[in-house]
Every structure is written in C-alpha cells, then in structure tokens.
Ligand binder design. Sequence first.
Ligand code: NDP
Length: 295
Amino acid sequence: MYLIKGTEVAEKVLEECKRDIAELAAQGRRPGLAVVLIGDDPASRAYVRSKDRKCRELGLHSVKLELPATTTQAELLDEIAKLNSDPVIHGILVQSPPPKHIDEAAIVRAIDPRKDVDGFHPVNVAKLALEDPTGFVPCTPLGCQRLLLEAGVETSGANVVVLGRSMIVGKPMALLLMAKGRGGDATVTVAHSRTKNLVEVTRRADIIIAAIGRPHFLKADMVREGVVVIDVGINRVDDPANDKGYKLVGDVAFDEVAPKCRAITPVPGGVGPMTIAMLMANTVKACRMIKGKAS
Ligand code: NDP
C-alpha cells in the first residue's frame, strides 16, 4: 500500500507558486488575495488565519477582511464591489458558511469571475464543464486530481466512483475526472444519499473519491483489492485522549481499508494541505490572467 502524502505534494505545488511569484515580481507584479470573513465562527476564523499566513509565507499580498456577524447583504455586496475593482487584488474568497441572513449564492455571483479563485461562480462552473482552461476549478477537487497525478495513478479508462455530489467537491471532481486529457478520461459514477446498492457501486471502483462528511463511512467490505482511495472527509469525532477533546478523521475507515488499497490518502495530511496549496496556485493564475500592474 502506498500512502499518498498530501503534505509533500502541497509543498511541491507551493514551490511552483514561489517560482511563478518570483517571475511575476520581475515584471513588477504581485498576486493579491482577499479573504472575507463574516462573523466569528471559530473554525472559519482558523481557516482564514491559515490562508492569510500561507499568503504571507509565499510573499503574496494578503487582505483579511473581518466583518461583524451583523453585516447586511448590501454592505457585503458593497465590499465585494470594492475588491472587484481593486487592482492589487486578483483573488477574492468569501469564507463559508456566512451567517444565515446572507444569500451565499448571490455573493458568489457578485464576485468578478476573473477573481473567483474558489471556482464557485457560475461562469467558472460552466468553464469547467466546457473544459475551458481559462476558468478556475474549485481547490479541493483540483488538489485531489493533482494527488492522483503525483502518485502516478492512471485515470484514463479507470472506473472512478465519486462519493458525494456537492458543488464544492463531488460535482466538480466528477467533471475534472471525465474531462479529456491527463488526469481525466475516466468513467465516472457519482454516488449520493439516494444511490441504491452503494456497496455494489463502490466495489466496482478502481478509484474512489470519498467526500460525504460521514466519519469512517467507507469500510473494507465496500472496496475491492487494489483500489486507490482519496479521502476528502474532515470530520470531528470525540476523543477524550486528545487535549482538545476531539480528533479529525476522514470519510474512510482508514485502518481497515488501507491494507486493501494500492494507494490511499491519510487524514490529516492528505487532501487538506492540497486545498490551500491550490488556492495559492489559483491566485497566482488569476494574477497572470488579469492584465495590469499589481502592488
Ligand atoms: P456536503 O454535505 O455538501 O455533501 C455531502 C454529499 O455526500 C452529498 O452529496 C450527500 O448526498 C452525500 N452523502 C451524505 N451521506 C451519504 C450517504 N450515507 N451515502 C451516500 N452519499 C451520502 O459536503 P461537502 O462536499 O462540502 O464535504 C464533504 C466532506 O469533505 C466533509 O467531511 C467536509 O468537511 C470535507 N471537505 C474537506 C475539504 C478539504 O480541504 N479536505 C474541503 C471541503 C470539504 P445528497 O446530495 O443526496 O445529500
């Protein structure tokens, strides 16, 4: 069994980013990312902090906009409009989930698609479906595809089962894997909560991408020998032995599934670090594509 180390692959992606950033710096340009946080959800705050830290480590221009939970939809749209027209900002990300009174879909649509480094804007969703490389692909599935490529896993002609059909992971993952070319050309099945005989579906898979948000859901009897498993899940489960009182586990029962696998990602240290690395890569791409001088 080969352990696909996301932390190492993420480092490689970040090294590539550094090279690109140096090249842009030589042209007097510097990629800039704005992360907008509304409210004070501790998990969201932690995500925003780590994105900001990573930007600074790489020498990206980073703006952390922390707005109170009472921010209205109109006020938020106003902030987005300012960032859309700010020439030193190339990527805009609104940390999810926003407070309940905010219409998240409307906020995503308000972001200039050329700055939508999360890849959630309808224009970018369409570009992914159309296989248009000028679009932005959501960071998590993009990171999963890169992990498969780096691990030398052939997707062409492979039976891939994507567990989960969210707009953030499952659906874009399926589109990426079925696209023509390297890292694609797969025969993709997307399974979800209404899928019948799920075990039969997953047992046929050469590659499984698990993204359902259920701790240890994928068990050994659900996979065949020699399968490749990418575990996207990040689930908190109680763990009295841990100082925090909880630990993070994936959607895969790692201990029992791993021995049957050709390759598998761990949680943590698998897909997680890739998501942030691909966000940096998307921000660099946005800077390259937007003409004009940055800070
Ligand atoms: P969502 O809750 O948006 O989607 C979950 C999907 O799983 C849905 O399509 C749902 O089906 C399906 N599902 C739920 N239960 C079952 C079941 N019993 N059998 C089959 N399918 C089921 O989750 P996300 O896509 O946002 O996230 C999935 C997981 O990935 C979470 O653990 C999340 O924390 C993690 N994640 C990790 C990231 C990372 O960086 N590593 C980034 C983003 C997410 P239906 O549509 O029918 O409801």
